[in-house]
Design a binder for this molecule. Structure first.
Ligand SMILES: *[C@@H]1O[C@H](CO)[C@@H](O)[C@H](O)[C@H]1NC(C)=O
Ligand SMILES: *[C@@H]1O[C@H](CO)[C@@H](O)[C@H](O)[C@H]1NC(C)=O
Ligand SMILES: *[C@@H]1O[C@H](CO)[C@@H](O)[C@H](O)[C@H]1NC(C)=O
Ligand SMILES: *[C@@H]1O[C@H](CO)[C@@H](O)[C@H](O)[C@H]1NC(C)=O
Ligand SMILES: *[C@@H]1O[C@H](CO)[C@@H](O)[C@H](O)[C@H]1NC(C)=O
Ligand SMILES: *[C@@H]1O[C@H](CO)[C@@H](O)[C@H](O)[C@H]1NC(C)=O
Ligand SMILES: *[C@@H]1O[C@H](CO)[C@@H](O)[C@H](O)[C@H]1NC(C)=O
Ligand SMILES: *[C@@H]1O[C@H](CO)[C@@H](O)[C@H](O)[C@H]1NC(C)=O
Ligand SMILES: *[C@@H]1O[C@H](CO)[C@@H](O)[C@H](O)[C@H]1NC(C)=O
Ligand SMILES: *[C@@H]1O[C@H](CO)[C@@H](O)[C@H](O)[C@H]1NC(C)=O
Ligand SMILES: *[C@@H]1O[C@H](CO)[C@@H](O)[C@H](O)[C@H]1NC(C)=O
Ligand SMILES: *[C@@H]1O[C@H](CO)[C@@H](O)[C@H](O)[C@H]1NC(C)=O
Length: 838
């Protein structure tokens, strides 16, 4: 109740600002934010315009034409987008406007019960019913034969364009977090894409994903996820680009620009993208209390700005902004994100000038009633979301926005909020060129799952694998080895992350198939034993695994976590260990897996442990006892082959950890960019023989350490590198100047290799900054190929904005003083220097 009162007060304030804008039209022209629609016309009709303009246009049935027979501006492909928006908006009825704010669904007119059914029929009554009230977007993320999809979506768009008065096409939506989910190519999960530390490669990957989606007539995909993996118990860690705001922003930008690249054929010159990427989840969703999905996030303004918002500003609100955003389910500091005026309006619109629309996540407006408890009714929920800055409502709930026509008529919701919201949706549609061509491409088949895409995928599969530990150069294995044991529950299955379509695994190789294929032309024998399940304590298969290790020259044990696809994930009674709504209280291996590794290691053969997982696995015993440890985050279609290629040295590992691996949940958070003062001096530990060795009690756990097993940025290679000639230029700058860090990297080993160069900065002002800042933060990275014996000089530009802190005055400030510049991983320094801000 009280929330609604506060909202009412805010509305009064907001309206008075609006009135200021609206009163003299010249003042309005200056004061109006550039992204807002021109409301002059509606204002002329009084404070609450409830219907269409009839003065300039024909009445209702003929609003798509002009009285004088001229082409309406909104239909003119050459007219500026803002003119088209401003011409179209006043022609719309209230119901048509609200329909633009609601996501419709292909199942309104197509029978999608059987994913294998290929009958090309539709329900004409259902089509009209669905698209009359829900026409902003059409959800189409269904698995079905491509020709049936093309048929169904063409029916929908043709109806909107040809049979409705105004002819407004819909935005067509699906998922594409790591591959387009209507049987497009499946890529590694985002955590793996990030581990490649190869932004240009991710850009190229995203471009193929965008092409697959656009070809089938999709115009929006719900990706990328820019949440930070600072809370590792959370099930969705696999969907993020790791724990670091800069890496997340750069990878996010690469993804967005790849997805949106180019324009649809036969469309207007003002179109800016073919498919809208969707930055989500806005904002701070990734740190729910207890790691429980959707749980509240605690934090203040400085934490929000310093960590959570940076990737969004970088990847989504720059000169080529993403064409949409999605709000988060959670509340932040007590304010639900779907109705967070500060986030959705003050920051996103007023500070960043964001012009396009924000959609909710599925069913999330209803959560104001059922979860957050800030509203008692659907009317309140719809009003709070809309007025605070949320434009489109997704399905999955009760469609609270259907209450808006009555609320506007009753005067409880001001039409101006509706107009502002609708304008953002129309602007997006014009920017996508949909008014000219909303249809699937005729030659779509030639763009799906192509050999060129597969080649790029192969490179990404190799580059995402991280070599964590390699005692005495256990790896790579020689193809002259007599036999290997392939052991573990991850060997003879395909483990994809969440957000893949049902049966996507059928397009993939298992690791067992990959090793078999790679070794087909050798004499290496493979002894396979599963050993245990990913989800069970049953140890009865372990003796067979031990026997396989005994019969082999080396043992490879593949263990980890597992996720489910978008169909099975939501079925009750499944037992996945990661994924959306699948949170963990422990990061240790589930079930009998550690016992399996221990039994195999005890055989005494070289033991290589491969974690296939969507998040860090916390098993210090394995770090202490395995001869080599490899991390393969949830892979894509060629992951089974890529891991074999890495193990046998056909490819050189070049991945780096985008997220730190803690010793246990009790020692988290493990992220490397903790605020100064966050790490121990003298930690204790429990010795392998059981002795309790107590730490000296200053900022430590008396029997453990918060220093991760492997930190952000860690990742070994089969070759060795050294770094020389670190140059910071200029080494003294003004607060608004950019500077360059240059370093020469030498491949001093005998193996060709890729290496990630990271320039990390310590953020300080003569050791003192006015507020507490991160002990270090990533400010640049670049991946270069360096042949054996060769060297490369890398220059990374660092912008002054990257040095700014969120000051006590609540502004970004670059403070004078020294910044330490370090080249290395987050915990290994190769070279360092100082840069001074005057
Ligand atoms: C939809 O298709 C399924 C089989 O694919 C069929 O059993 C069902 O009756 C159909 N539904 C309607 C409403 O036609
Ligand atoms: C067609 O859609 C209408 C409206 O949604 C629905 O009432 C009807 O049952 C549907 N018909 C079939 C055959 O599915
Ligand atoms: C759309 O209009 C065409 C031509 O007037 C008509 O044949 C068709 O039945 C209409 N479709 C629907 C779904 O109303
Ligand atoms: C995906 O597309 C391929 C064609 O490239 C086809 O062979 C396969 O059956 C499709 N899979 C599904 C689940 O539709
Ligand atoms: C490396 O091999 C040497 C000689 O076999 C052995 O003494 C040493 O313990 C090994 N080191 C590691 C880290 O396994
Ligand atoms: C998924 O694959 C399984 C195994 O091949 C098959 O039995 C099932 O019919 C497939 N499901 C769909 C919806 O295609
Ligand atoms: C876990 O799920 C798998 C696959 O769905 C199933 O085969 C297995 O029986 C389940 N195990 C348990 C313990 O529920
Ligand atoms: C057990 O380990 C601790 C720590 O490494 C060591 O100080 C102690 O001597 C060991 N005790 C025995 C009985 O080996
Ligand atoms: C930094 O390097 C880029 C080229 O990599 C160059 O264009 C730019 O001028 C350099 N900036 C400074 C301050 O030297
Ligand atoms: C780094 O490697 C290069 C090429 O092998 C060599 O010339 C140089 O001396 C090395 N520098 C350091 C600091 O190890
Ligand atoms: C730094 O600024 C340049 C343009 O001056 C821009 O191209 C680049 O993307 C910026 N980099 C970062 C990390 O902000
Ligand atoms: C490099 O780091 C060391 C160790 O922290 C420090 O003593 C030294 O002053 C640093 N050098 C520069 C040039 O900043």
């Amino acid at each position: 109740m009280s929330f609604c009162v506060i909202t009412a007060i805010r509305l009064l304030l907001y309206l008075s600002v609006f009135c200021l804008f609206l009163a003299p039209s010249s003042a309005y022209a200056h004061a109006r934010p550039w992204w807002s629609p021109n409301l002059d016309a509606t204002a002329a009709h009084g404070p609450l315009p409830l219907d269409v303009r009839t003065d300039l246009h024909f009445p209702l049935h003929a609003r798509g034409t002009n009285n004088d027979g001229s082409l309406p501006i909104y239909k003119d492909p050459n007219a500026p987008i803002e003119n088209r928006v401003n011409d179209l908006l006043p022609r719309m009825t209230l119901e048509e406007k609200i329909a633009q704010l609601i996501q419709g669904d292909l199942d309104g007119w197509m029978n999608l019960t059987d994913p294998n059914d290929d009958t090309l029929t539709y329900n004409a009554t259902g089509l009209v019913t669905e698209l009359t009230s829900k026409a902003g977007a059409i959800w189409g993320g269904y698995l079905m034969p491509w020709d049936k999809w093309v048929y169904g979506i063409t029916i929908g768009q043709r109806y909107l364009i040809e049979n409705t008065t105004l002819g407004i096409p819909a935005i067509v939506q699906s998922e594409a977090l790591h591959g387009f989910t209507n049987n497009g190519t499946t890529w590694p999960s985002p955590i793996g894409l990030a581990a490649s530390f190869n932004a240009p490669l991710l850009h190229a990957a995203a471009a193929t994903i965008g092409t697959e989606a656009a070809a089938l007539g999709f115009s929006q995909v719900f990706a990328p996820v820019l949440d930070l993996s600072r809370e590792l118990r959370w099930g969705r860690v696999e969907e993020n680009y790791g724990e670091d705001p800069f890496l997340t922003g750069e990878m996010g930008l690469a993804y967005v620009s790849g997805i949106q690249e180019g324009t649809r054929p036969n469309t207007s010159a003002t179109a800016v993208a073919r498919v809208a990427a969707t930055c989500k989840h806005f904002a701070a969703y990734g740190s729910p209390q207890g790691g429980l999905n959707i749980a509240p996030v605690a934090g203040g303004e400085r934490e929000l700005r310093t960590y959570y918002l940076r990737p969004f500003e970088r990847a989504c609100a720059g000169v080529e902004p993403t064409l949409s955003l999605m709000s988060a389910y959670a509340s932040y500091d007590g304010v639900p994100s779907v109705a967070n005026y500060h986030l959705l309006t003050e920051i996103l619109r007023e500070e960043w000038g964001y012009p396009y629309f924000v959609t909710t996540d599925a069913g999330s407006v209803d959560l104001l009633i059922s979860t957050h408890g800030t509203c008692a009714t659907r009317e309140c929920a719809a009003k709070d979301a809309l007025e605070n800055g949320l434009q489109m409502e997704m399905g999955g709930g009760s469609y609270t926005y259907l209450t808006l026509p009555d609320q506007v008529a009753a005067g409880t919701v001001d039409m101006r909020y509706v107009d502002l919201a609708v304008a953002t949706v129309l602007r997006t549609k014009f920017a996508l060129g949909l008014f000219e061509n909303p249809y699937p491409y005729e030659d779509y088949l030639s763009m799906l799952r192509t050999p060129a895409t597969r080649e790029l995928l192969h490179q990404m599969e190799q580059e995402q694998i991280v070599l964590l530990q390699n005692n005495n150069s256990t790896l790579p294995l020689s193809k002259n080895i007599g036999s290997i044991a392939l052991i573990g529950p991850q060997v003879n299955r395909v483990t994809l992350g969440d957000y893949v379509f049902h049966n996507a695994t059928l397009n993939c190789l298992t690791p067992l198939q990959g090793f078999t294929e790679l070794l087909a032309s050798t004499y290496v024998r493979i002894n396979f034993a599963q050993g245990c399940e990913l989800w069970s304590n049953d140890e009865s298969q372990i003796p067979a695994a031990v026997a396989a290790a005994e019969a082999s020259d080396a043992a490879i044990v593949m263990v980890g976590t597992w996720s489910l696809d978008q169909t099975l994930l939501w079925e009750p009674g499944t037992n996945a260990t990661t994924g959306e709504h699948v949170d963990l209280s422990s990061l240790a291996l589930v079930g009998a897996q550690l016992s399996l590794v221990q039994a195999v290691q005890a055989v005494g053969k070289p033991t290589i442990v491969i974690f296939v997982s969507g998040k860090p696995v916390a098993e210090p015993w394995i770090q202490d006892n395995a001869d080599a440890v490899v991390q393969q985050f949830y892979y894509g279609e060629l992951g089974g082959l890529a891991i074999a290629e890495i193990i046998f040295g056909d490819a050189n590992p070049s991945g780096k950890l985008p997220v730190s691996f803690p010793h246990s949940v009790g020692t988290t958070p493990a992220f490397y960019n903790y605020l100064k003062g966050g790490r121990p001096i003298d930690p204790g530990y429990v010795a392998p023989n059981g002795t309790l060795v107590f730490g000296h009690q200053v900022r430590e756990y008396v029997l453990d350490t918060p220093v991760p097993m492997w930190s952000f940025g860690h990742g070994l290679s089969y070759t060795t590198f050294n770094y020389t000639n670190l140059l910071v230029y200029p080494s003294t700058i003004g607060a608004n100047d950019d500077f360059n860090v240059t370093v020469t990297v030498h491949n001093t080993g005998t193996v060709d290799g890729k290496e990630v160069v990271q320039a990390s900065l310590i953020y300080l002002t003569d050791v003192v900054s006015s507020v507490v800042t991160p002990n270090q933060f990533l400010a640049g990275f670049q991946k270069v190929f360096i042949p054996a014996g060769g060297s490369e000089t890398v220059t990374i530009q660092i912008n002054s904005t990257q040095l700014a802190l969120w000051s006590l005055d609540n502004t970004w400030v670059v403070e004078p003083g020294d910044f330490a510049v370090k080249v290395g991983t987050s915990d290994t320094t190769y070279l360092n220097a100082t840069m001074t801000v005057q």
